[in-house]
Design a protein around this ligand. Structure first.
Ligand code: PLP
Length: 387
C-alpha cells in the first residue's frame, strides 16, 4: 500500500522542508534576472505582503529578505543588533532553538551571554524574566526568545514576555524567532514590543526553502550602523540595498521568490492567518486524538501553559519491547509518510508536524498507517497513562 500524495510526493509531517502545493512549485519554473524590473517589483510586493501578514505598517517596520535558511537570518539579527564593542544578551531557552541562539553567540567572544533556562516541556515564564531584568545590573542590549519551540511544540507567551522586557528595559531590543509560527499563530508585534521577528519561506507560509526574512522595527534597525561582524549577514546593509535599488546585494534566490509570491497569494486565498491557524489546529487535533487512541502519550502535559501549540506534536516512545523508532520511521516512509525524530534531550520522543500543504485527510491517512505499521511491528495494546 502506498499513501503518496496526488503529486507523487511523500507527505512530510515535518516542520520544514514541508509540502508545498503544486502551483507554488510550478510558479518557479521560470528564469528571471536579478535586475529585471519584474523581479524587483516581485521583491517589493513580497516585502509589503510580509508586513501585511505581520499586521504592521511600513511607517514603523520593514521586511528584510535574506538568502539561506532560517538560521542564517537569526544569526544575522544577532550580529546586526549587538554592538561590536561587546553586547550583552539575555537568551530565554526552553529547547534546541533557544540553545542554537546561545551557540551562535559563542562564536563571538566579545558578546556576554546570560541564559535563563526553562524545562524543555514547559513555556518560558514571563514573571521569571521580569524578575531577572529587575534584579540584574547587566545592561542588556537584547533579549531573545523563540515563539514556537519546534523541538517540543510548546508556545511561549511572547506578548507577556515582551511587555515584561519593555517595562524593565525599554531600550532593550526584543528579538523573536517565530520561524515555525509566523502566519499561523497570532502575535501582535506592537503590543508585544517585538523589534526583530525572524521566520522563513518554507514554514507556515508554505513557500519553497531558500530564503528567510526579518520583520524589523526600522528605528531600531537604523541604530545598528557599524555593528555587523561579517559582510553577508549585515542586515542593515541588506536593508539599504533593498530600499535603494530594490535589489539583493548578492545573487538572489529568484526561483524561491517567485514560488513565495504564489504561496502568499494562496495564503490570502485560503483566508489569511486565521484560516491557516484553523487548518493546522484541525490537523493537530486529528493527530493528537488518533495517537492517544493508539496509546501514545504527548511530551507536553496538556494542562500546562504553552502546551496548546498546534504546529508540531512530540510523542514519547511507547514503553513496549518491540518499538524501535528507526523501523517505525522506515516503515512509514515506505508508505509515503515522513515523520520526524525527537529533539528534546531528556525524553525519547518523535515528532509529527501539522504544517505545510496537509489537511485532515492526510492526518487521518497517517493515523491509519501508524496503526498498520504498529501491527506489523507487533507493538500492540499500548496503554497511555493520562497526563
Ligand atoms: C524555531 C526555529 N528556529 C530556527 C529554526 C532553524 O531554521 P532553519 O532550519 O531553516 O535554519 C527552526 C527550524 O525548524 C525552528 O523551528
Amino acid at each position: 500500500m502506498s499513501t503518496k500524495r496526488s503529486d507523487g510526493n511523500k507527505a512530510l509531517f515535518t516542520p520544514g522542508p514541508l509540502n508545498c502545493t503544486l502551483s507554488v512549485k510550478k510558479a518557479m519554473l521560470r528564469d528571471l534576472g536579478s535586475r529585471d524590473l519584474e523581479f524587483i517589483q516581485t521583491v517589493k510586493e513580497i516585502r509589503l505582503e510580509l508586513l501585511r501578514v505581520a499586521g504592521v505598517g511600513c511607517d514603523e517596520f520593514t521586511a528584510l529578505l535574506l538568502q539561506g535558511s532560517g538560521t542564517y537570518a537569526v544569526e544575522a539579527v544577532l550580529h546586526t543588533v549587538l554592538p561590536r564593542s561587546g553586547g550583552k544578551i539575555l537568551i530565554l531557552v526552553n529547547g534546541a532553538y533557544g540553545r542554537r541562539m546561545q551557540s551562535m553567540c559563542s562564536y563571538v567572544p566579545s558578546i556576554e551571554v546570560v541564559v535563563l533556562e526553562f524545562g524543555e516541556d514547559e513555556a518560558v515564564c514571563e514573571a521569571q524574566v521580569e524578575n531577572l531584568l529587575r534584579e540584574s545590573k547587566i545592561e542588556f542590549s537584547a533579549v531573545c526568545v523563540v515563539h514556537c519551540e519546534t523541538s517540543s511544540g510548546v508556545i511561549n507567551p511572547i506578548e507577556s514576555i515582551g511587555r515584561a522586557v519593555k517595562r524593565q528595559r525599554p531600550e532593550c531590543v526584543f528579538v523573536v524567532d517565530a520561524m515555525s509560527s509566523f502566519g499561523a499563530v497570532e502575535l501582535d508585534l506592537r503590543s508585544a514590543g517585538v523589534d526583530f521577528l525572524v521566520s522563513s519561506a518554507n514554514k507556515c507560509l508554505q513557500g519553497v526553502p531558500g530564503f528567510a526574512f526579518v520583520i524589523a522595527r526600522t528605528k531600531k534597525l537604523l541604530l545598528c550602523q557599524g555593528n555587523a561582524r561579517c559582510l553577508s549577514l549585515d542586515l542593515l546593509a541588506q536593508h539599504k540595498g533593498l530600499e535603494g535599488d530594490g535589489q539583493f546585494r548578492f545573487t538572489p534566490p529568484t526561483h524561491a521568490l517567485l514560488a513565495f509570491r504564489q504561496a502568499l497569494k494562496e495564503f490570502w486565498d485560503e483566508g489569511g492567518p486565521a484560516a491557516r491557524a484553523h487548518r493546522y489546529k484541525k490537523n493537530c487535533q486529528i493527530i493528537q486524538d488518533g495517537m492517544r487512541e493508539l496509546g501514545f502519550r504527548t511530551l507536553l502535559d496538556k494542562n500546562k501553559k504553552g502546551a496548546d501549540g498546534y504546529i508540531i506534536s512530540s510523542f514519547r516512545f511507547p514503553d513496549h519491547p518491540n518499538f524501535n523508532f528507526e523501523e517505525f520511521y522506515k516503515n512509514l516512509s515506505a508508505l509515503g509518510l515522513v515523520i520526524y525524530p525527537g529533539k528534546v534531550t531528556r525524553a525519547p520522543c518523535f515528532r509529527i508536524g501539522h504544517i505545510g500543504d496537509l489537511n485532515a485527510a492526510d492526518m487521518e491517512r497517517l493515523i491509519a498507517s501508524i496503526k498498520i505499521v504498529l501491527k506489523e511491528m507487533k507493538v500492540e495494546n499500548l496503554d497511555a497513562k493520562e497526563e
